[in-house]
Design a protein around this ligand. Structure first.
Ligand code: NAP
Ligand code: ZN
Length: 346
């Protein structure tokens, strides 16, 4: 066991404070990573604020981790000391079930083990990336290609794969019209990835505030949805809509925008849930779907794709002492477009 510096929440509404946590000794197939950056995902906020249910304290969130390999166990073959690596939302799974064997560990039949606030195989509670170091089985450690900075790569480990996976699964590409709802951490990476895949990309955001960013991110169209007439004008337009909104929205308003055989995929996990009427689906043989992060193989594919297309997140780097402030700003949609904690400030 080794003590490492971290930022933790010790009680609801208590705020993040510097602390020390234990990391396990490096096992035969483990990699010990010196964390350089950790992104702040809205899921960290839903969790910390117990919007998804009760949690284990102290909570150390963080599942967008980028850093450098410091030590490897004797059986590790895929990473070496000094390598640039990342860890996303999972640190283990059963690796035996149908889904794990298919490379979809996120859908492990026994449930994947989340990077934080999950019960690990040894019975301990996992603690995430708001820390200086983490020890993870090599299978769940990704290689970050040269050419993407560790700071802009960190958010790809959750936001990037959460968008890449459904865009890939539902065939975003040339000739396909894709709309991304909500221009936050997930949304802005999704726009970049969908455009790089060759799709015709539309941003659906609430107001005009982010219009100037649309073109730079690679979007072909931009609409502010606060005017109800805007959505009416877009009926039966899209092949694929990816909803990244962190709050409950009226799904029916968006389902009507799908053309024949179109699919709306919810990746946002609103604590309030989403409402949809069957009639909206029956028209145009529409589908309503969900998607959760992505498997390890696909996460590596996503990182390689992003490196090849020069895609990283748009970030604002903060010291760990500003985590609480950053949470409030994310909830207020006042982030362009991802906060990343500099682990050197732990
Ligand atoms: P984020 O940066 O806060 O972005 C969410 C966006 O939703 C905001 O930028 C905003 O877009 C829109 N929004 C927020 N409140 C809204 C409201 N009341 N009404 C309408 N729109 C609203 O969050 P994120 O990190 O991208 O995460 C988004 C969601 O995805 C969260 O629920 C998170 O837990 C979930 N998530 C799911 C997965 C998965 O595997 N499925 C993975 C990661 C995250 P505009 O300002 O542009 O309107
Ligand atoms: Zn996340």
């Amino acid at each position: 066991m080794a003590d490492v510096a971290a930022y933790a929440l010790h009680e609801k509404d208590g705020g993040f404070v510097p602390t020390t946590i234990e990391r396990r000794d490096v096992g035969p197939s483990d990699v010990r990573i010196a964390i350089a950056f950790a992104g702040i995902c809205h899921s960290d906020i839903h969790t910390a604020r117990e919007e998804w249910g009760s949690i284990h304290y102290p909570l150390v969130p963080g599942h967008e981790i980028a850093g450098i390999v410091e030590e490897v166990g004797p059986e590790v073959t895929s990473h070496r000391v000094g390598d640039r690596v990342g860890v996303g939302c999972m640190v283990n799974s059963c690796r035996e079930c149908e889904n794990c064997l298919a490379g979809e560990e996120q859908y492990c039949a026994k449930g994947n083990i989340g990077t934080y606030d999950a019960v690990d195989v040894d019975g301990t509670i996992t603690r995430g990336g708001y820390a200086t170091h983490v020890v993870v089985d090599e299978h769940f450690v990704l290689s970050i290609p040269d050419g993407i900075g560790l700071d802009v790569a960190a958010p790809l480990l959750c936001a990037g794969i959460t968008m890449y996976s459904p865009l890939s699964h539902w065939g975003a590409g040339p000739g396909r019209r894709v709309a991304i709802v909500g221009l936050g951490g997930l949304g802005h990476v999704g726009v970049k990835i969908a455009a790089a895949m060759g799709a015709e990309v539309t941003i659906l955001t609430r107001s005009d505030a982010k219009r100037a960013d649309a073109e730079r991110l690679g979007a072909h169209h931009f609409h502010a949805t606060e005017d109800p007439a805007v959505l009416k004008g877009l009926r039966s337009t899209f092949d694929l809509i990816v909803n990244t909104v962190s709050a409950g929205i009226d799904t029916d308003r968006y389902l009507s925008l799908l053309r024949l055989n179109g699919t709306m995929v919810n990746v946002g996990i609103s604590p309030e849930g989403y409402r949809a009427r069957f009639g909206s689906l029956a028209t145009n043989r529409r589908s309503l779907a969900g998607s959760g992060i992505g498997g390890i193989r696909q996460t590596q594919e996503m990182l390689d794709f992003c490196a090849a297309h020069g895609i990283g997140a748009d970030i604002e780097v903060i010291p760990a002492s500003k985590i609480d402030e950053a949470y409030d700003r994310v909830v207020a949609s006042d982030v362009r477009y991802r906060f990343v904690i500099d682990a050197a400030t732990m």
